[in-house]
Design a binder for this molecule. Structure first.
Ligand code: PMP
Length: 546
């Protein structure tokens, strides 16, 4: 097959735009007075490398191909558009698409005035290879196959794709946007065997760089050279090129992929228990197509709960279906909770791991807090908030409280320590409240603690009211890396979350000791007030209710 014959004559004849830097050969200029840029260096005053040499070299190495077999576009959407521009004459030629599939193949055809012929996937979403071939005529220049397919999630056997490559006289564009999630290997090596194969991949999915807009087309050098000729000269901006180079960490990508696939199995299993779910289509990707009884209703319900999925129920072949992307385990749990098949969490997102053992994740735009608390079993103290002094203080709680505590916080410390400390306080309070459960048989009250030159009194009542009192003054702005004003704010947040009365008083000269005495006092108080079976009565209240 001679690829040259497939390229539109006007494109073959095109004299591409050429920059002065393309024309300077092996010379390495030091002073750039060619492109009417600003001469003042601010990191972005120069045009980016139009051929993206450095980034291509790195991607080519990862993919095991040569740089001249790789085109980089502003997302793979750019490469899709270029396929039409290069191979299909507007108003005359046509392309064969499989359906349902990714919408841009048809949109880009429309933009280029190229007719499409859609061939439905079979009932089980397998590829209708003969149907695709018989849909072609003498004016068919392109065929698009997406594997794993969006939105059905399945992928197609190599034999099917090879048959199309052999028997179709035009270019087969194989979109492997989701290949990193697939059990089947990429078919990139086939470009050596079939000059009419163009494989599309992207950094937007498994690589986690959708915001950069970098798509890949991998094909024989003649096609890649033609794509380079037709693209806008500086199609990938300097920041995207630089950032991609720093983020191309294969190990990190593989770890994320494994996490996502692991959680996809869990989500699939949980969804199977949901009475509204009629069918879960087998997925070879990072999303699942799910047929449900009431797609519009369920879509609206998820949206009301702050979760957006892709409603594909109006797409032919996907009637009744929602397409759900696999998120973080926390996000997936939220989804499952709304569908009534969550991992046993209550309305506050608390997961119960034992009688007084809970785990919760609290996520806002400012922080992400994961916290696990076991009131009945000590021994675990794993604290990481990004603030060393705060960690040191929180460690007093398991140590002196006889509880197990795991806290991991990712907060906006670049702003300041406020949100990190506040949200940790709220999460700890909520965990205490959830772990206490019905509060049957607890001591309820509790403490006074001396520490060297300081003393702290922490009084607590788990009666259900939330009165907070604070009498402690700090005279330095910070102790370690923690703002002293945040000591009060932290305990106020705990008090709100835990729904307890909390009165704290501390005196003394050394600020570090004073803070530590309060945290120790709090830990001892918690231990005392949460202790079970201290008294013969079950409900420690003369009202008979807590
Ligand atoms: N191909 C498929 C199958 C897709 O689902 C998508 C995006 N949803 C793309 C290509 C576009 O990817 P990019 O971000 O690289 O433009």
């Amino acid at each position: 097959m001679n690829i040259s014959n497939l390229i539109r004559p006007s494109i073959k004849a095109l004299d591409p735009y050429s920059t002065a830097r393309d024309e300077c050969g092996e010379n390495r200029p030091e002073i750039f007075l060619d492109a009417n840029e600003s001469p003042y260096d601010n990191g972005i005053n120069r045009y980016p490398d139009p051929r993206q040499k450095q980034l291509k070299a790195k991607i080519a190495e990862i993919k095991g191909i040569y740089s001249d077999q790789l085109f980089l576009g502003n997302g793979s959407d750019e490469a899709i558009d270029l396929m039409y521009r290069i191979f299909a004459t507007p108003g005359q030629d046509n392309a064969v698409l499989m359906a349902p599939s990714y919408g841009m193949y048809e949109v880009a055809a429309g933009m280029n005035d190229v007719a499409v012929r859609k061939v439905r996937l079979k009932e089980d979403f397998s590829l209708d290879v003969d149907g695709m071939l018989s849909a072609t005529d003498s004016r068919t220049r392109l065929m698009f196959v997406c594997s794993p397919n969006n939105p059905t999630g399945n992928s197609f056997p190599q034999e099917d794709i090879e048959k199309l490559l052999r028997d179709f006289g035009g270019v087969v564009v194989l979109d492997e946007a989701y290949i990193d999630f697939s059990n089947r290997g990429s078919l990139v090596p086939l470009i050596e065997k079939y000059p009419n194969l163009v494989v599309l991949q992207t950094l937007s999915k498994a690589w986690g760089m959708a915001g950069l807009r970098i798509g890949l087309a991998i094909a024989m050098p003649e096609i890649v050279a033609t794509m380079n000729k037709v693209k806008y000269p500086y199609n990938i901006n300097i920041l995207a090129q630089k950032m991609a180079l720093t983020k191309l960490d294969e190990d990190a990508k593989d770890r994320r992929v494994a996490e996502i696939i692991g959680d996809r199995f869990r989500v699939e299993k949980a969804l199977a228990e949901c009475p509204k779910v009629q069918k879960i289509y087998p997925s070879d990707s990072n999303f699942i197509l799910v047929k449900v009884t009431d797609p519009e209703g369920l879509y609206a319900k998820l949206l009301q709960n702050g979760i957006i999925v892709r409603n594909r129920s109006q797409v032919k072949g996907c009637e009744g279906c929602l397409r759900i992307t696999i998120g973080t385990p926390f996000e997936n749990d939220r989804l499952l909770d709304v569908l009534g098949v969550g991992p046993g969490k209550d309305r506050n997102g608390v997961e119960r791991l034992g009688e007084r053992h809970v785990r919760l994740t609290r996520k806002t735009k400012e922080t992400s807090v994961s916290l696990e608390l076991d009131l009945d079993k000590g021994g675990i103290s794993e604290i990481s908030t990004g603030l060393d002094f705060f960690d040191h203080m929180l460690e007093q709680i398991p140590h002196h409280g006889g509880v197990s505590l795991r806290v991991k916080v990712e907060g906006d410390l670049q702003v300041d320590d406020h949100h990190t400390i506040e949200d940790t306080g709220i999460a700890l309070g909520e965990a205490i409240n959830a772990a206490l459960g019905d509060k049957m048989g607890i001591a309820r009250y509790g403490f006074v603690l001396p520490m060297d030159d300081c003393d702290a009194a922490v009084l607590m009542d788990f009666g259900g009211r939330t009165e907070f009192q604070w009498k402690a003054e700090f005279h330095r702005e910070k102790v370690g890396d923690m703002s002293t004003e945040m000591f009060m704010h932290f305990f106020q947040s705990v008090c709100t979350g835990a729904k307890c009365n909390l009165h704290i008083e501390a005196r003394g000269g050394n600020e570090h000791h004073k803070a530590e005495a309060i945290f120790k006092g709090f830990a001892r108080t918690l231990r005392m007030a949460a202790a079970k079976n201290e008294f013969p009565y079950e409900i420690p209240s003369s009202k008979g209710i807590l």
